[in-house]
Design a protein around this ligand. Structure first.
Ligand code: KG4
Ligand code: ZN
Length: 339
């Protein structure tokens, strides 16, 4: 079984090939034109996907050293994401499906982040997953393949969005998450006591209070001294912010483990590349005697290998789609992957 995966939900055009031999190729073309706007511009994203999708897919087939006729199915991201961007990947996949006479498999991007852990490893079910990305923060109980139960999600900003928006307040370029992470490693997380939203309430998350708190703190510093203050305290500020975000994530993950009784935890999404979060997850796993799975950083952020591997697992369960499938912008209440 050879699966071609295509991802175009945001600002990465990506294609990958996965088979029983494992990952055969993984091509990611990042769109850099959004940086000067401080965020992703949907119209620019769609146009850039359209320009490079054919060469990205061709590069994935070449790297895998296969002809397109060898593909058994085409897995493609349906959502959540920017609909104009998703349409480029979906239309390309449908055209290829018609040409080759091979089926399509619609993939939920957020769920695919979880299954990124199956690219190089094999987590045992059931487990608790924490998806932390630019668009989502979701804690779920995963009973078995594509049988998910949502425990909690963010009520406002996603954790990656919090890193990016707060980093922007500190003058860091978009996306601020990776840079803020690097700066935090040299800072002291105890200098700034920042709010840990909804720490003691259920499984939902909230990061907007943290953003407001940093905003107000900086606003109280006279404007002519603000830039110097930020640069003098940047590492400690980044450490305090990273600590506030990751502490809530880890405490709720621990609570979910205790409530469900699972012995395995799985982290996923762009923010799971964060070094402080990875470190705290390792400490939690040790403390509670858990098996911990986190993808390698290249499979944490958006990629098509996670789309291809999810397609491979869905194909194994006979979960195919037809050419009428539509994109979706938001995470459905019951995701199409989970049924
Ligand atoms: O999963 P992803 O590539 O795209 C979405 O599906 O949203 O996640 C991107 C997010 C961005 O907000 C980025 O700043 C964040 O992941 N991110 C990080 C790190 N690497 C990526 N945040 C904190 N620390 C990192 N090392
Ligand atoms: Zn993503």
């Amino acid at each position: 079984m050879i699966i071609l995966g295509i991802e175009s939900s945001c600002d990465e055009t990506a294609a990958a090939v996965y088979s029983e031999r494992g990952l055969l190729s993984n091509i990611i073309a990042s769109q850099l034109e959004h940086e000067k706007f401080g965020g992703v511009v949907p119209e620019l994203a769609s146009r850039a996907h359209e320009l490079i999708i054919s060469t990205t897919v061709k590069a994935a087939l070449d790297e895998a050293a296969i002809e397109k006729e060898a593909i058994d199915a085409i897995a493609v991201t349906r959502g959540p994401g920017l609909v104009g961007a998703l349409l480029v990947g979906l239309c390309f996949a449908k055209g290829l499906s018609l040409q080759l006479g091979k089926p399509v498999i619609g993939i939920n991007h957020v769920d695919a982040h979880i299954y990124a852990n199956f690219i190089e490893q094999n987590p045992e079910f059931p487990f608790v997953s924490l998806v932390v990305s630019g668009g989502h923060t979701r804690l779920s109980y995963i009973e078995g393949p594509f049988r998910h139960r949502l425990l909690g999600e963010t009520r406002d900003d996603a954790s990656g969005e919090a890193f990016d928006k707060i980093g922007k307040l500190l003058g860091l370029p978009y996306p601020a998450g990776p840079r803020l992470d690097a700066l935090a490693t040299n800072g002291n997380p105890d200098v700034y006591k920042l709010p840990q939203g909804l720490l003691h309430e259920g499984f939902d998350f909230s990061f907007s209070g943290l953003k407001t708190s940093v905003l107000y703190h900086l606003r109280d510093i006279p404007e002519d001294r603000r830039e110097a203050y930020i640069s003098e305290n940047l590492e400690d500020l980044c450490a305090g912010i990273s600590h506030a975000i990751t502490e809530v994530l880890i405490r709720k993950l621990e609570k979910a483990v205790l409530q469900t009784g699972v012995k395995t935890i799985v982290l996923a999404g762009g923010v799971s590349a964060n070094s402080m979060l990875r470190g705290k997850a390792r400490v939690l796993a040790e403390k509670r005697d858990l098996s911990l799975y986190i993808p390698r950083p290249v499979f944490c952020t958006d990629n098509a290998a996670m789309i291809a591997v999810t397609g491979y697992l869905k194909a194994g369960s006979g979960l195919y789609d037809d050419l009428h499938m539509k994109p979706f912008a938001r995470m459905p209440k019951a995701s199409p992957v989970t049924g």
